[in-house]
Design a protein around this ligand. Structure first.
Ligand code: JHZ
Length: 392
């Protein structure tokens, strides 16, 4: 791994603070990002144990946004129509935003965060509240013939991808389909979205990197969809190499070509990105400083894991941002890690003079701007750092 980016010391992105532990010293790790020129993999260099990140207190729920619910609903319709699977396995089923679109006896979930697993278990779904690994795969395969595996925003969170794919290959039927969905490295670099890097995002995948991993397991991509979710993601449709039922779509070559054209296979591209990130920090600080000089107020919108990276890297904290609005009940009245900015229960934005809103959940800009159209029409202003720091 060749290091190209050092974002400094960071707390765990989803470890929101309570009022009681606000003044305790937070555990921090160095957030550095590297590129492996042989496998084209981009990953963070210092990882945190999965038990520290994904446990019974995990706050993130996929169902908090219409965008994600719609995305899962539309994909489910496609899966039923095109692949007609008899049994689906979802790795990282979170609060059930995807599996709830299927009949209970057609789907199995794997979700290590017990609080989230409980939500779907209570609704009658079959959920294994464990980390995905080969032992679990054996247990599941014993009783089920899995002909479709889906995993969104999960595999990028698991360090040992060899074990993951070994377990996936073992579990999936020979004619089965694997659908993986994760943020796209190409979009991350194009948008200057350095906040895709935090403790949980061990990898940000590209097609060329996924291809290399899959080859080792006799798996191959037969189609790719570029989706808008989470700031631009790739949805990979994967099969076993011997399965000739699906033809390889032209999209696969197109994605590889686009990535190579951008230079995702070259270290120099990442050095350029690192420079862009440094400039982004400078520019965001300038914007914020100017607002503060004019006695302006800034609040945040969407206390995301990504915000943790931006705020800590740019040294922006509770002295600059009054509070964040968020819809997630678990986060309310807690404080963002590191920056110690309070999170309040979401209220529709009211226009006030000299009042700015930092868009933490920039990946839901369309959904949020629709919701806040009255605020925007009245002249309300958002601050964003994507694709470069500016006021909109
Ligand atoms: P959102 C998490 O990252 C963590 P985060 C994880 N590691 C990952 O990969 C992605 O999700 C998938 C709130 N919100 O989705 C809800 C509003 O308040 O960008 C959420 O707290 N109002 C698993 O945290 C946050 O914003 C709204 O209108 O970076 C969005 O978090 C909307 C739409 C959202 O993921």
């Amino acid at each position: 791994m060749k290091k190209f980016l050092d974002l400094g010391l960071h707390p765990l992105a989803n470890s929101y603070l309570t009022k009681k532990n606000l003044n305790l010293k937070e555990k921090k790790f160095r957030l550095e990002v590297g590129f492996d020129p042989e496998n084209y993999l981009v990953s963070i260099l210092n990882t945190v144990s999965k038990e520290k990140m994904f446990n019974k207190d995990y706050p993130y729920k996929s169902s908090e946004s219409f965008t994600m619910k719609n995305s899962f609903r539309n994909l489910s319709k496609k899966i039923k129509k095109v692949f007609k699977p008899k049994k689906i396995l979802e790795i990282g089923s979170n609060d059930g935003a995807f599996i709830k679109n299927f009949k209970k006896n057609h789907v199995i979930g794997v979700e290590p965060c017990k609080n989230l697993a409980l939500i779907t278990k209570k609704k009658g779904f079959k959920i294994f509240s464990d980390y995905w690994n080969f032992d679990l795969a054996k247990k599941i395969k014993k009783r089920n013939n899995i002909d479709l595996i889906y995993s969104a925003n999960t595999l990028s969170h698991i360090k040992n991808y060899n074990e993951i794919f070994k377990a996936i290959k073992f579990t999936l039927s020979d004619k089965g389909v694997l659908i993986l969905e994760d943020p796209s490295l190409l979009e991350c670099l194009k948008k200057g979205a350095y906040d895709q890097f935090y403790c949980e995002h061990i990898y940000v995948f590209s097609t060329i990197a996924v291809n290399k991993i899959l080859k080792k397991f006799n798996l191959e991509i037969f189609d790719i969809e570029n989706t808008k979710t989470h700031g631009g993601s790739n949805r990979y449709y994967i099969k076993k190499i011997n399965n000739n039922f699906y033809q390889i779509s032209k999209n696969v070559k197109k994605n590889i070509n686009d990535e190579k054209k951008f230079g995702l296979h070259k270290f120099s591209t990442y050095m350029k990105f690192a420079n862009k990130v440094k400039n982004s920090k400078k520019k965001l600080n300038e914007i914020v400083r100017k607002i503060k000089q004019k006695q302006g107020n800034i609040i945040g919108y969407g206390a995301t894991a990504k915000s943790c990276t931006v705020l800590n890297y740019c040294n922006i904290n509770y002295k600059t941002i009054d509070f964040f609005y968020d819809t997630t009940s678990y986060k309310i009245n807690k404080y963002l890690p590191g920056s110690k900015i309070q999170i309040r229960k979401y209220k529709k934005l009211d226009f006030k003079k000299n009042y700015y809103v930092f868009l933490g959940a920039w990946n839901f800009k369309d959904e949020i701007f629709k919701k806040e159209r009255t605020f925007i029409k009245s002249g309300g202003k958002f601050i964003t750092h994507i694709p470069h720091p500016n006021i909109i």
